[in-house]
Design a protein around this ligand. Structure first.
Ligand code: HEM
Length: 406
């Protein structure tokens, strides 16, 4: 077969993601056409941004590369556009800053560090529940549980509603092989409506009985002098559920898979938990949860010689930026001791840098510490099943086994 050319690259073909991100395509683009005009019959045309420096530059220049036309490659159906534009991730400054300022204080590293005892208690409970069984589905029985519990805790969702909230979160985020760019099937639409209805109930509860939680911060909050109404509140709840669950679950599952594949590195982490924070950065670098987010050019602009026109879609490919050899030596090697692993861009950078990054890092550190300590010989009991998606780098199922303990 003749070697692949940049024009052969098809980043919209979901089949290319079934065994992992298409790194061969990304490295070809970085080498030969780092700002590549991607035009295929299978979907919308866009500029593929594949170098670390360019992903950072575009993310940090919201005036030219806007998020306001939404941040997925596929445009949403017109009836959903207005709703999605009410979500902070799809806003530009100054509106974005007003929204972000309102929730920022719930997510400072100090505030998140205070959650550690709770995170540890939950993580221990999760491991306790599987330890005696000797086997489980790592994704469903371990990785998925902590992020959902943390969102409930952050929002102050009452204990009696948590089961309902878990179910809604699962239905909202377990995007089964989205063939249409994740625009969602009927059940996702239904879950969307039910979550909104629940959010309105929660807002009412917090107005009547304020507490030390994010839901109370929101119902008491103001945006540009206007009180937060049910629509804005509901949109925030939805955004957090969608942004915080599947991402953290994915990094936990992919990370465990890498540690199983690299037993000497796993043993080193188990023996010296001080290695865990840097290992988390390397896990994030090596397998980012999100393949891409999109921007839209607001004016004609040149980038690395490419002539981007106003209105063009510009797509940031995180798995590619994280394997750029101008930043990372031997980028395809997984190394928990990599000195600059923290330069990974898996949480984005700039204006929309992930609001939940500290929370995600805390959850990842604690769950890996508990799993490595309690289930040190975990191994694969079958092939992991991956999500067929070019948006989430997800694992649907990962059967594992380990020596049972009590
Ligand atoms: C490992 C887990 C996570 C990953 C890999 C991740 C990834 C990302 C990325 C790449 C962005 C940037 C989007 C852009 O530039 O357009 C982002 C934004 C965001 N993330 Fe996360 N995320 C994670 C966990 C969380 C958690 C736990 C929460 C909340 C509980 C969260 C809430 C958000 C929010 C609200 C935004 C939008 C921020 C803004 O628009 O200013 N994320 N995330």
């Amino acid at each position: 077969m003749p070697p692949m050319k940049p024009s052969d690259v098809d980043l919209l073909d979901f089949d290319s993601y079934v065994t992992g991100p298409p790194h061969e395509m990304f490295s070809l683009l970085r080498r030969e056409d780092p700002v590549h005009w991607h035009e295929k019959p299978s979907g919308p045309a866009f500029w593929a941004i594949t170098k670390h420096a360019d992903v950072a530059h575009v993310s940090r220049t919201p005036k030219v590369f806007s998020s306001a036309q939404t941040t997925n490659i596929w445009d949403p159906p017109p009836e959903q556009l207005a709703i999605l534009q009410g979500v902070m991730i799809n806003m530009d400054p100054p509106k974005h800053i007003s929204y972000r300022n309102m929730v920022n204080k719930g997510f400072t590293p100090r505030r998140i560090a205070m959650l550690e005892p709770f995170v540890r208690r939950v993580a221990r409970g999760i491991v306790d529940d599987v330890a005696a069984r000797g086997e489980c589905n790592f994704v469903e029985d371990i990785a998925a549980l902590l992020p959902t519990t943390m969102i409930c805790e952050l929002f102050g969702i009452p204990d009696e509603d948590r089961r309902h909230a878990y179910e809604l979160a699962n239905r909202l985020t377990s995007s089964d092989d989205p063939d249409a760019g994740g625009s969602g099937d009927d059940d996702a639409q239904q879950a969307f409506a039910e979550t909104f209805a629940y959010a309105i109930k929660l807002a009412e509860l917090k107005r009547k009985a304020p507490a030390e939680d994010l839901a109370t911060v929101l119902v008491q909050g103001e945006i540009d002098g206007e009180p937060v109404d049910d629509l804005v509140f509901g949109t925030f709840v939805l955004m957090m559920i969608v942004a915080g669950n599947e991402t953290t679950r994915t990094v936990t599952s992919n990370g465990m898979l890498r540690l199983i594949q690299h037993p000497e590195q796993r043993a080193a982490m188990a023996a010296d938990p001080a290695l865990i924070p840097n290992a988390i950065e390397e896990i994030l670098r090596y397998d980012p949860a999100v393949h891409h987010f999109r921007r839209t050019a607001t004016e004609d602009v040149e980038l690395r010689g490419a002539q981007i026109k106003a209105g063009d879609k510009v797509v940031l490919w995180y798995p590619s930026a994280n394997r750029d050899d101008e930043v990372f030596t031997d980028p395809d090697v997984f190394d928990i001791r990599r000195p600059n692993a923290r330069d990974q861009l898996s949480f984005g950078i700039g204006q929309h840098f992930c609001l939940g990054a500290s929370l995600a890092r805390l959850q990842l550190s604690v769950i890996f510490e508990e799993v490595l300590r309690r289930l040190p010989d975990m191994s694969l009991a079958g092939e992991p099943k991956r999500l067929r998606s070019n948006f989430i780098n997800g694992v649907k199922e990962m059967p594992v086994r380990f020596s049972p303990t009590t």
